[in-house]
Design a binder for this molecule. Structure first.
Ligand SMILES: NC(=O)c1ccc[n+]([C@@H]2O[C@H](COP(=O)([O-])OP(=O)(O)OC[C@H]3O[C@@H](n4cnc5c(N)ncnc54)[C@H](OP(=O)(O)O)[C@@H]3O)[C@@H](O)[C@H]2O)c1
Length: 370
């Protein structure tokens, strides 16, 4: 059972804050006027870590002044001691209470070696956390998709994290390996497994495109091999950030692993999602043909032009995901944070705003390098 909970005075090391989820978790902590020290670990590029933090906040239209308790730390999670300077590492090692590890290589591209980041960083994390004085709570941002290739079911936390299953890409596999390493480490651990996270209320084109890049491209087709009854487990990033912080703060968590998901009750079907997209683009309804019923003749009929062939090729990696028809049970979350609060925003509330900010040209570019 977990011994440690986040308090307003906890000192926190947090990674991935320039990304979608980590950035929102940090903003959520600051909204709660967190008093303890916070070290966001950020790669220096041509810009300094502190500058990059400001840029990330601006992407959420957050113009607040970064408080003096937040010390952007230069680091790279692939390196020993996460690439921190000896001085930063010593300060953090002596005083950190909670380590929140969001950073990852989230690419779905088949040939990308995501383990280089996702597994190596966790090995470094284990070594570092074990050397810390206060036996910090490690909060690991996993993914519900680390269950691998399954279909037509509702997955519990117990069913998840299956490195032995077939995986569509190295990303979900590497996330399963990393989570298992952490569990075996014996460190105080809270694992959070979001389902599919949409940037919802954030008016940032790149975040919107991260998951939804293929939506504008469906306009070039009259039909696609998609099962209209397949369920999609989508959640908004505000929900993920809020639930993460609530679980970290919980003094009496029942479990050490939680899905942050819509679950059976609030999942949306591809048919319903398709209707929202049709409405957005004022298009003739896209015909969704179940993959089992999609024939070579359909492919010839509906994938004819050069553009259609090119886009279809890039969609090919994603169609199996969309057709998985899997939801992730969230009874644990509902039980521990409350049934009223553990409800993500309905997709219909924000999908139009998100699609509005994805130009088709940018989506086409993304299709070339998905
Ligand atoms: N988005 C989803 O739908 C989803 C669903 C389930 C689980 N998750 C999990 O949630 C976590 C966050 O996902 P996200 O969507 O927020 O990802 P994201 O937007 O792609 O952000 C990734 C973050 O990781 C950082 N990072 C990557 N490699 C690094 C390195 N070597 N050193 C330091 N930082 C590094 C990136 O920093 P730079 O800015 O320097 O690149 C960035 O801040 C991940 O662990 C992911 O597996 C995401």
């Amino acid at each position: 059972m977990p011994e440690i909970a986040l308090t307003p005075n906890s000192n926190i090391l947090i990674t991935g804050v320039t990304g979608l989820i980590g950035g929102e978790i940090l903003r959520c902590l600051l909204d709660r006027e967190h008093q303890g020290q916070i070290w966001p670990l950020i790669r220096a590029t041509t810009e300094s870590p502190i500058h990059r933090l400001g840029v990330r906040f601006a992407r959420s239209q957050d113009t607040r002044e970064i408080p003096a308790t937040v010390h952007a730390v230069n680091g790279d999670i692939q390196k020993p001691v996460w690439g921190m300077s000896a001085t930063d590492a010593k300060t953090i090692r002596d005083t950190v209470d909670v380590i929140v590890h969001n950073a990852a290589d989230t690419s779905f591209v088949a040939h990308r070696n995501t383990s280089d980041t996702n597994v190596k960083s966790v090995r470094q994390l284990i070594d570092f956390a074990k050397s810390c004085r206060r036996n910090p709570l490690v909060v690991y941002m996993g993914t519900a998709s680390n269950v691998g290739d399954i279909s037509g079911c509702s997955v519990t936390e117990e069913d998840g994290c299956r490195a032995e299953n077939r995986h569509y890409n190295e990303y979900t596999y590497s996330k399963a390996i990393a989570e298992n390493l952490l569990r075996e480490s014996g460190l105080p651990l809270l694992t959070l497994r979001p389902s599919i996270v949409l940037s919802a209320d954030l008016a940032d084109e790149t975040f919107a495109r991260q998951i939804l890049w293929c939506a504008p491209l469906t306009r070039v087709f009259r039909a696609l091999p998609l099962n209209p009854d397949a369920r999609l487990d989508l959640v908004d990033v505000g929900f993920v950030a809020a639930m993460s912080v609530r679980l970290m703060e919980h003094t009496n968590r029942t479990y050490d692993c939680y899905h942050l998901s819509a679950g059976k009750k609030y999942a949306i079907t591809l048919g319903e999602f398709g209707t929202l997209i049709n409405l957005q683009y004022g298009r003739r309804p896209l015909k969704l043909i179940s993959p089992a019923a999609w024939t070579p003749a359909d492919e010839e009929k509906y994938v004819r032009t050069g553009v259609q062939r090119r886009v279809f090729r890039s969609l090919h990696h994603y169609l199996p995901f969309l057709n998985m028809d899997v939801t992730y049970e969230n009874d644990r979350l509902r039980q521990d944070v409350g049934f009223e609060d553990a409800i993500p925003q309905p997709v219909v509330n924000y999908i139009n705003k998100l699609l509005d900010i994805i130009p088709t040209k940018a989506a086409m570019k993304e299709a070339a390098v998905p």
